[in-house]
Design a protein around this ligand. Structure first.
Ligand SMILES: NC(=O)c1ccc[n+]([C@@H]2O[C@H](COP(=O)([O-])OP(=O)(O)OC[C@H]3O[C@@H](n4cnc5c(N)ncnc54)[C@H](OP(=O)(O)O)[C@@H]3O)[C@@H](O)[C@H]2O)c1
Length: 161
């Protein structure tokens, strides 16, 4: 799973991400390149036009839903995993939003999290994970704020034992 969040686990307002961090956007694009991405229907609709080498798989409860860009549509996380296994993608990257992180957390074996050093209000949150599931932080990289990136950020890699 990949996500960017504040210390309070805020990932979004429900209609977008409440910060502009080109460094994190580049990290997200590089990490997902060539891979399958699992997205909630709402997040997919925010990201239409963004996909280049990434293959979006969209989770919705409406199996008949047609979406702009004609992505593969699934109605369960299990179906998304199966579809990714049948594709040539090296990895299925769960990419949000909040409902999809919650639905997929039990299936995840690694987390790539950007901790953004800001405090904003937002209805969408990443689920609490560190107190359960035997997660261990294996790597961190810290970046200072600069002229293009208004906030400092830390990229954390977590693995399940
Ligand atoms: N900071 C980050 O890293 C990051 C990353 C991604 C998104 N976001 C933010 O997250 C927010 C959106 O999150 P969200 O939670 O509102 O929406 P979401 O998770 O993107 O999508 C929710 C939709 O997914 C479908 N869904 C949810 N659970 C399901 C399940 N168990 N089975 C089948 N379908 C299911 C439903 O679609 P239907 O209504 O079609 O049935 C539901 O309406 C936005 O603010 C976005 O910008 C932040």
């Amino acid at each position: 799973m990949i996500a960017a969040m504040t210390a309070q686990r805020v990932i979004g307002t429900g209609k977008g991400i409440p910060w502009h961090l080109p460094r994190d956007q580049a990290h997200f694009r590089t990490y997902t390149a060539g891979k399958a991405m699992l997205l909630g229907r709402r997040t997919y609709e925010e990201m239409i036009g963004w996909f280049a080498t990434q293959t979006p798989i969209v989770l919705t409860r409406d199996s008949g839903r047609t979406l702009e860009g004609s992505p593969l549509v699934v109605t369960s996380v299990e179906a998304a995993i199966e579809a990714a296994q049948h594709s040539r993608a090296s990895e299925l990257v769960v990419s949000g939003g909040a409902q999809i992180y919650t639905a997929a957390l039990d299936y995840a074996d690694s987390l790539v999290l950007t901790l953004v050093d800001t405090d904003v209000e937002g209805s969408a949150q990443f689920p609490e994970f560190s107190s359960s599931g035997n997660w261990c932080c294996s790597e961190t990289e810290w970046y200072a704020a600069d002229a293009e990136n208004a906030y400092a950020m830390e990229i954390q890699r977590w693995e399940r034992h």
